[in-house]
Design a protein around this ligand. Structure first.
Ligand code: LLP
Length: 461
């Protein structure tokens, strides 16, 4: 019997997990908010996604693999597009980008936010219409700006005075008038269920509102008259679950718009409130639906504009995580199961912090389930860890798995679509996993697995 197995040990083990994990749940159950919409546990007990059994997908594509439920991903794109029908939705490519995903978001009617020359190159290579691309970044190089201008992107979000210098020079040289926004740092910091509103803004992004830098940036752009200033931009953080924090940021940024109108008689046609909408990683998270977010933001902007006597600008938002995060799960294979007596069971999988660094980096919480079969065994408190040479190589800190979890089992971790493949590394020379899009019984590779030859491809000599 395993150290933490069943029976009388349950209560004890349950108390050792974090309080929120509660009592051991049915280890075969799938909480709908954590899984892509086509994922089910079939009669044989194995998970399927997009009509394909994960055991077959593992045999065909190997493990670990990121499995993208294409119907779910497209449905999330559409839900945002429909909810924000009178606004622009820029999918934040930093969450996950590859050419196939660019094509999907373009087909679903979204725009795309890129924040480096590399992301811009992928977008253009995949045929994203340039006018639907927004360019971010706190340190855009001369080359990146030239490339964006040459491509004719829809807008560039300005982040520093040096960047205004660079882009103004490029615009003069090329005889163009790039559309720009000014990124304003409003002193609102939002993370998960909490946000802090402060008067100062100690961070690298944007122009400070409180310190007057944002106003000065707008004034010099207006005075130069070279760039086409469309409006103000603000992004306040990640994993935000309600609209209160946006209420504060919108009020502050629209307050600046009103002050600029009073001083210069100029009104701006657009307003971008950024991304950061939260998703469910565990049963503790209760995200808002796109329709609720849209309704909340629309009301906030309308009320603030009415109070300030401003016309309501065209709104844009930049969700990344909320679109791709829940549409993907990672499929691993268990290699080793180790009971550390009286503490917990360590379940080692064939990936780890190289394919999901968020647990190690942000202390993020995930869940997991045995994916290739159902189990009648009682639950044990487990920690899912990777194969890297590092004690902090944890994928799932705490989860109840069946006591008979064993080498060879497939294990699925949901919610890994955002900031996992995009932040993946080759630590310990582990090749990065493929991304497989599954839909209507068909699976297609959209990013192939790295090979050992890829790992050596950059070595010289
Ligand atoms: N817009 C701007 C200007 C951003 O900086 C970001 C994210 C987004 C939109 C998209 O945010 P989302 O809707 O995906 O939360 N690596 C971290 C997240 C970093 C977010 C950076 N900026 C993580 O794994 O949680």
């Amino acid at each position: 019997m395993r150290a933490h197995e069943a029976g009388a040990l349950h209560a004890e083990v349950g108390q050792r997990g974090p309080a929120w994990l509660g009592t051991p749940a049915d280890v075969n159950a799938l909480m709908p908010q954590l899984w892509p919409q086509t994922v089910t546990r079939g009669p044989a007990g194995a998970l399927s996604v997009g009509g394909r059994d994960v055991r077959d997908l593992a045999a065909e594509f190997g493990t670990p693999a990121y499995l993208l439920d294409e119907a779910d991903f497209r449905a999330r794109c559409r839900a945002f597009a429909e909810a924000f029908h009178d606004a622009d939705v820029y999918y934040a490519g930093k969450a996950f980008l590859c050419k196939a995903v660019v094509r999907m978001i373009a087909e679903e009617g979204l725009a795309l936010d890129v924040c480096t020359g590399g992301e811009l190159a992928v977008a253009l290579a995949a045929g994203m219409p340039p006018e639907r691309i927004g360019v971010h970044g706190n340190n855009k190089s001369e080359d990146e700006l030239r490339c964006a201008v040459a491509a004719g992107v829809g807008r560039i979000v300005l982040d520093s005075h040096q960047e205004i210098d660079r882009l103004t020079r490029i615009a003069r040289e090329t005889g163009t008038q790039p559309r720009v926004m000014v990124r304003v740092t409003v002193g609102v910091e939002a993370h998960t269920h909490e946000y802090i509103a402060t008067a100062h803004e100690d961070q690298k992004f944007g122009f400070s509102l409180a310190g007057g830098a944002a106003r000065a940036a707008v004034e010099r752009i207006l005075a130069d008259g070279v760039l086409d200033l469309r409006g103000l931009h603000s992004h306040i953080g990640s994993q935000i679950f309600d609209t209160d924090a946006f209420d504060v940021s919108a009020r502050r940024v629209l307050g600046l718009a009103a002050a600029l109108r009073d001083a210069h008689g100029r009104e701006f046609p657009e307003l971008d409130l950024g991304g950061g909408f939260g998703i469910a990683y565990t049963s503790q998270d209760d995200p808002r639906r796109p329709a609720e977010l849209a309704e909340g933001l629309r009301r906030i902007v309308k009320e603030d504009c009415d109070a300030l006597g401003l016309p309501v600008p065209r709104l844009s938002v930049e969700p990344g995580r909320a679109i791709v995060g829940p549409a993907v799960f990672t499929l691993y294979q268990v290699g080793t199961v180790k009971d550390v007596d009286g503490i917990r069971t360590y379940v080692s999988v064939d990936g780890g912090m190289s394919d999901n660094v968020r647990t190690a980096l942000y202390d993020a919480s995930y869940s997991a389930t045995v994916a290739g079969r159902a189990s009648a065994a009682p639950p044990i408190l487990a920690r899912v860890v990777g194969k890297h040479c590092e004690a902090g190589d944890i994928v799932v800190k705490d989860e109840f798995l069946p006591a008979d979890v064993q080498p060879g089992d497939l294990l699925a971790v949901p919610g890994t679509g955002a900031y996992c493949r995009s932040m993946a590394s080759n630590y310990n020379h582990v090749p990065r996993p493929p991304v497989v899009a599954v839909r209507d019984g068909q699976a297609r590779l959209i990013v192939r697995r790295e090979t050992e030859a890829d790992l050596m491809a950059l070595d010289v000599g």
